[in-house]
Design a protein around this ligand. Sequence first.
Ligand code: ZN
Length: 437
Amino acid sequence: MVLYAPGRTTSYPDEKVESGFRFHFLGGGEEVGNVGLVLEDATGTRMLLDYGLAPSKPPRYPAEAPRVMDAVITHAHIDHLGMAPWLNASHRTELHATPFTVAASRVMWRDCYKVSSIEGYPLAWDKRDLEESLRAWREHGFHQVQQTGEWDWSLLPAGHIPGAAMLDLSTPEHDVLITGDFDTRPSRLVPGAAPKKADILFMEGTYGGRNHPDRIEEEQRLLRRVESVVEGGGTVLIPSFAMGRGQDVLMILQDSDLDLDIHYDGMGKILTRLMLDHPEGLKDPEGLERAFGAARKVSSKSDRKKALEADVIVSTSGMLEGGPSIWYLNRLRHDSRNSVFLTGYQAEGTGGRRLLDQGRLPIFGSMTPIELPIDRFDLSTHAGHDELITFAEETQAEHVILYHTDHDSARPPLAADLRERGFEVHCPMNRETYTIQ
Ligand SMILES: [Zn+2]
């Protein structure tokens, strides 16, 4: 099903840029995920940053992209690359990203296609667009300077997940830095992002107004809770995102004083193998290899049954939206010695969110109460409020554009804090056009 009538539904203006640097969010301005950012200046150079869809129910899609020949995809989360096949199908857009993002795109797009078919949600691209888009990729290592029109640009490490990049862009008039999803704190998988001088900074603000607990302490808290469940004869289910979080959890469990029987299930297995094929951006490739090697990979029904006897099961989906997690939960829920540990953001309307708010969630179509102890751990790889402020200060930017952030809760405290420190702060709305002179 095609959502867009090409040329009719874009919110992007027809007028040329007279002067200054123009930007326009097709999505991901005053919301988390669903990113599409059009950049253009008076030289006529135009680029798109990210084109994703938010995997909510129903999914949220960005506005139609105008004709654009080059798109930088910051990383391989679906809310940043899920709509990219439409770009290639409609405009023959070249897609630019790091080698790992390129390698992971096939897995992520196929999964997105599969989920849309199962859930019955429309998708603006089909299987052929997907296969053809794989040929639209141009790979760029970090720090390699590229040229598009009158602009020079390069990708810089963003922390967050393997392959994640910030865009460092020089136009004839401005130095622009766009963070993508980023974190200056290292995780188990990747080193933290380092700031770079710019006069215009586009910064994601997922965690505006909120700070993370100390990561090492949070990891210790997780390990001690695992220990107590296992000593009590139970199994811990850790629903984890396939891309990034699952691998972080495996590494935390492996690199500990506990001797655990860990079973690993879901799409994360194939993504971990891709990460190990692209060790260049990883903080500790050997550590990941050890953790992955030590975990039992679940690949059949009988493996899955055996996993019910494990100490820990790490599995997708991270938000308890289908996937093997739900199968495990349905089995484990009958024994109160078992526990569920949530390690990521639980979006509104997802199984994980309902479990937290109501103690019940849909399992194979029927609302099911869960009596097991539920714990939450903050292993986020988005910069927290204080990291965001420090990062902005270190870039010495004059203008800060806050995006990928909740308009009502996260953005106001972040904007206020930055304004107090003398920044010119912009809070763009989707489908509106802004120019910085
Ligand atoms: Zn992300």
